[in-house]
Design a binder for this molecule. Sequence first.
Ligand SMILES: *Cc1c(COP(=O)(O)O)cnc(C)c1O
Length: 415
Amino acid sequence: MNDEHVRAVDPAVAEALSGEVDRQEGTLAMIASENHASEAVLEAQGSVLTNKYAEGYPGSRYYAGCEYADEVETLAIERARDLWGAEHVNVQPHSGTQANMAVYLAMLEPGDRILSLELNHGGHLSHGHPANFAGQLFEVEQYQVDAETGYIDYEALAEKADAFDPDIVVSGYSAYPRAVDWERIQAVADDVGAYHLADIAHITGLVAAGVHPSPVGIADFVTGSTHKTIRAGRGGIVMTSDEHAKAIDNAVFPGAQGGPLMHNIAGKAVGFKEALQPEFTEYAEQVVSNARTLADTFANHGLDVVSGGTDTHLVLVDLRESHPDLSGGTAEEALERTGIVLNANTVPGETRSPFDPSGIRAGTAALTTRGFENPEIREVGEHIVRVLDSPEDEGVIGEVGDRVTELCAAHPLYR
Ligand SMILES: *Cc1c(COP(=O)(O)O)cnc(C)c1O
């Protein structure tokens, strides 16, 4: 990729950047929250809009010279409305966490109560972990997945809601492979007079393409990320009804953030335009089909796939039965040596530590972007199983690594 100006000014950073291009080109990105944005999105993100202050919203800014910023943000908003069908969209959150912060700031007072899924069961830090602002400002109670089935325990969730009387119920997860029943969670929230925030950060693209049920129009608030299953560059988004539009806009700016990252909003606009093309639906369908193939491949080789499969882009494997002596962290390290990059993950009923948990999580969004279809995914799944079986066998690591290099070369990204 073109880096002549960086190279002239700062060879050290240029080296790191070209190293990162080579790393993405030459390894299999199976971290479920990652993807590869197009060069069009990268160009927009790398544009002169990084220079522009545009505090406020289109047509009502605190600074002069915002006509092009207005154009870009308006396009991003219109396209987002087309993609998700929300009455109101705010495209300014710097990240998914900032989007969640805006919802909490808009609707809650410090000390109010959040009911959310436990982190070990697939929740997210921004849903109320003690190390995150959400856990520090609010009182948090957590629900779980059924440790047997791996599905959300909706009945236990309803009981928790009755007992805890939350002000907001948070759904939407980081490591949950199954479709979420938004109506059922909305009903729980309604019963206890709580708001419902559906955080679709992982499945933003799947929902846009209609391959996962949408919470838009059901949940009071829907937040998302723009860089996971949709390839619109790093950022967040909040969607809501006209009723809460003003509160959300005020909570994003000036509540939670200063000036919007207009270059990122340009990336969002371009990525949303790409996602409005019919090919994006095919892409999202292939992502899910690939994840199902990966889950089947694992299950056929005796791995314990949490919930028995997947409806999304991700597969969660509990290693405890098949590989009792192998931690997720050791598995991650061995796989990384072959160029298969995924992450260790906690599993329902976790018995190791969050820092070296019992599972691995693998996603198919990035591999599908580079053109992997079911046969290649099956092969990758088989390589993963081989490495899990022999994480210290240099012969296996070398063979799988060579094959990963070939697969990458056959499916170039930015070359
Ligand atoms: C990834 C993720 C987010 C957003 O994370 P950022 O890194 O702040 O963009 C929010 N919620 C969930 C459930 C996620 O998985």
